[in-house]
Design a protein around this ligand. Structure first.
Ligand code: ADP
Ligand code: MG
Length: 281
């Protein structure tokens, strides 16, 4: 499909919308999880979805990546309506996004390098040698040392596992990257490195990132806009600074308490992508 060259126009046009959700509702039996959600993600944004436990974040993500169907409404991803896609069209779309699942999803019987190369082996005609070169580059991009490529997933720490999973999600050079809880379960030091990693990916240009996260530091440091789910509906969409000013009882709790304030203070000293992997503290 021929698409027009990118323009420098700053107004959001249809082609700038990487995700366009309209009137989406999701029910499980008579349990309504989403009621009339309308949501747009623009090209090159770092966008997060937050909300209390059970507010429907994972379900919405699963609907965006063709793992589940909403009860009604439409989702367009990269300009394609997800409803009634042929198998070929669905595969074509899946090749254009990468997903880092919460628990990694790496194959235990394959080395890290083989795991990262797997999408290339399945979907391209590249030689094994070429695949290894690309897989090694993705490994390096996520900050893992070359020798980690020869290890098996069981030998990795939680933080390394997430990075390896991210490297695999990047194997096919996606336009769109979905991250489900990229820092959940990590010690603060590994989680801190995720800020720099997301910023580095974004700054490489063009990549749109959609994530689910509870990590206030990450949210303050890297997101352009954040959508808050609560009570079955979209409570608000905005930059963290905007959300932090809102007087909504379903939003306020995110910004209250010592952790909320600490993250906000830290955000006044934003991290920069940098060469050195060591971070103070
Ligand atoms: P979150 O990720 O925000 O914690 P989920 O999207 O996982 O929330 O779940 C939202 C609600 O939908 C929860 O009440 C959950 O129990 C329910 N739910 C999710 N998936 C299913 C399913 N396949 N069948 C029935 N209920 C489900
Ligand atoms: Mg969830």
């Amino acid at each position: 499909m021929a698409s027009p060259p990118p323009t420098v126009s700053s107004s959001a046009t249809a082609t700038d919308l990487v995700i366009d959700i309209s009137d989406l509702s999701t029910r499980f039996g008579d349990h309504v999880v989403h009621r009339n959600i309308n949501l747009q993600v623009r090209r090159a944004e770092v966008f997060a979805i937050i909300g209390g436990s059970g507010s429907g974040k994972s379900t919405l993500l699963r609907e965006m990546i063709l793992l589940q169907q909403p009860s009604s409404g439409h989702i367009k991803v990269l300009g394609v309506d997800l409803k009634g896609l042929s198998r070929e069209a669905a595969l074509g779309l899946r090749l254009r996004w990468g997903v880092m699942f919460q628990h990694g999803g790496l194959f235990g019987s394959l080395t890290v390098l083989e795991n990262i190369g797997l999408p290339l082996r399945e979907h391209t005609k590249l030689s094994d040698a070429e695949i290894d070169v690309i897989a090694a580059a993705k490994l390096a991009l996520t900050g893992l040392k070359p020798e980690v490529g020869a290890q098996y997933p069981a030998q990795l720490s939680g933080g390394m596992m997430k990075r390896a999973s991210l490297a695999r999600a990047l194997a096919l050079d996606p336009e769109l990257l979905f991250l489900d809880e990229p820092t959940a379960g990590l010690d603060p030091q590994s989680a801190g490195g995720a800020d720099e990693l997301v910023l580095r990916l974004r700054d490489q240009g063009g990549l749109t990132i959609v994530m689910i996260s509870h990590d206030l530091d990450l949210l303050w440091q890297v997101t352009d806009r954040v959508a808050v789910l609560g009570d079955g509906t979209l409570q608000a969409v905005g930059a963290m600074a905007e959300l932090s000013q809102m007087d909504n009882p379903l939003i306020r709790p995110f910004f209250e308490g010592a952790r909320g304030r600490a993250a906000q203070t830290a955000a006044q000293h934003p991290v920069q992508p940098k060469e050195s992997s060591s971070k103070p503290k």
